[in-house]
Design a protein around this ligand. Structure first.
Ligand code: FAD
Length: 388
């Protein structure tokens, strides 16, 4: 292996670019090559579900074009370059027929959207949004006809489905949300808080079809006709699938790296292979898959130090998630999976304060909605950090 080999970062999402930025604060010399399957534009992914609310289309969400990122970070950027394999023994990355030698390799290649295979001939009307290029395609289909309000059926009522429901309503579109659970964000919010969000979105005009799934999507005169498992039929112009994400781990597993729900790394973001690290939506860090911005920022800061020669473990603090549903402002800090305690709920219409408390009264998690959402910062200070 050449001593001249660069540090190679795969992925130019928030994880890849934040890491490069942090690394350049520590080390201005070591060559860095960034490889991405997309166009390399820098954007903030959370903004994708606020386009209408903030009055921005896909182009206006770009924070910096790739050439600017290359110059700013003093990196070599390889865009539209898809990694097809890793050869850990040779310290090489495979890009089709090309081989790229690395001194250290960072996998920051995100997660894939879960795609349901639903019978019917309406597939080309079904969109998923997990990056700016997806969003561009969705907005083109939505705005393309120029005839104003469209009907969008959203599959999934998790964080992303709910945020898009709010945003599309703010854009004046008709929204139907279909989801299998009988409440929204079942994995994230306690029931009272979920009810508040549902009520806020319903007041805004979104229609919910909960406790059922889409069985069939057929093309119809002006879009598609969805048949639900409960027998209902819905007409829509477009379908937005927001049924979940899966960390990209297959190429890592094929190369012999240990994987679980994601690419397994310890708190120093080290995989099971020498000189290969991972962070962001693809990584399972110390047993946790946390596909949010705060964890990846903490990982990027720690990993930058490690790559600069000072091995550093990530220390997760308390990490609340802000749910971008302005119809019912919401923040949640879920208790850890092994936390023992009970929810204490105060509810007044869409204003909910739900505190998860241990037997001795310690707040281990919370969800706040409506007028209580402003308490998120004060409450975050009371919840013990993940890595205490
Ligand atoms: P990604 O941004 O997915 O980047 C992956 C990169 O890897 C891309 O450049 C891609 O092209 C590249 N890549 C993938 N495979 C290959 C390959 N084989 N070869 C080469 N390159 C490859 N989190 C919050 O904390 N708060 C929020 O409010 C919030 N809102 C969100 C709203 C939406 C609509 C979505 C979808 C997510 C939201 N999230 C939010 C989650 C957050 O945005 C993600 O956790 C974060 O952006 C993930 O960044 P990443 O860099 O790890 O992955």
């Amino acid at each position: 292996m050449s001593t001249q080999a660069p540090i190679v970062i795969v992925g130019t999402g928030l994880s890849g670019y934040t890491l490069a930025r942090e690394l350049r604060k520590q080390d201005k010399q070591t060559p860095i090559v960034m490889v991405t399957a997309d166009d390399g534009a820098s954007y903030s992914k959370p903004m994708l579900s606020t386009g209408f609310t903030k009055g921005k289309d896909a182009e206006e969400l770009i924070q910096a074009p790739p050439e600017q990122m290359e110059e700013q970070l003093d990196v070599t950027l390889k865009t539209f370059a898809t990694v097809t394999g890793i050869d850990p023994d040779a310290h090489q990355l495979l890009l089709g027929d090309e081989r790229l030698t690395y001194s250290k390799l960072v996998l920051a290649w995100g997660a894939d959207v879960v795609r349901l295979s639903i019978p019917g001939d309406g597939k080309e009307h079904v969109f998923s949004i997990n990056d700016l290029m997806d969003y561009r395609a969705f907005r083109k289909a939505l705005d393309g006809s120029g005839d104003g309000a469209r009907r969008v059926a959203i599959m999934g009522a998790g964080l992303i489905g709910c945020e898009f429901a709010n945003d599309l309503r703010n854009g004046g579109h008709e929204v139907d949300v279909i989801a299998p659970d009988d409440r929204v964000m079942p994995g994230l919010l306690p029931e009272a808080a979920a009810d508040a969000v549902l009520s806020g979105l319903t007041d805004l005009g979104a229609r919910f079809h909960l406790g059922t799934v889409v069985d069939h999507i057929a093309t119809a005169d002006n879009g598609v006709r969805l048949t639900l498992a409960n027998g209902e039929t819905l007409d829509a112009d477009l379908v937005l699938s927001a049924v979940g994400l899966r960390p990209r781990k297959e190429l890592a597993a094929d190369a012999g790296l240990d994987t679980g729900r994601g690419i397994l790394v310890n708190r120093a973001l080290e995989t099971s292979a020498a000189d290969i690290y991972s962070l962001g939506d693809c990584a399972e860090v110390d047993g946790m898959v946390l596909p949010y911005v705060m964890p990846l920022m903490a990982c990027a800061r720690a990993l930058a130090k490690t790559l600069a020669g000072d091995r550093t473990e990530v220390a997760y603090g308390t990490m609340p998630v802000i749910v971008k549903t302005p119809s019912c402002p919401t923040a949640v800090c879920p208790p850890s999976a092994d936390a023992e305690g009970d929810w204490e709920i105060e509810a007044d219409g869409q204003n909910v304060r739900a505190l998860f408390k241990s037997g001795d009264g310690q707040i281990l998690g919370f969800a706040v909605t409506g007028s209580y959402a402003v308490e998120k910062q004060a409450l975050s200070k009371e919840v013990p950090p993940i890595h205490g």
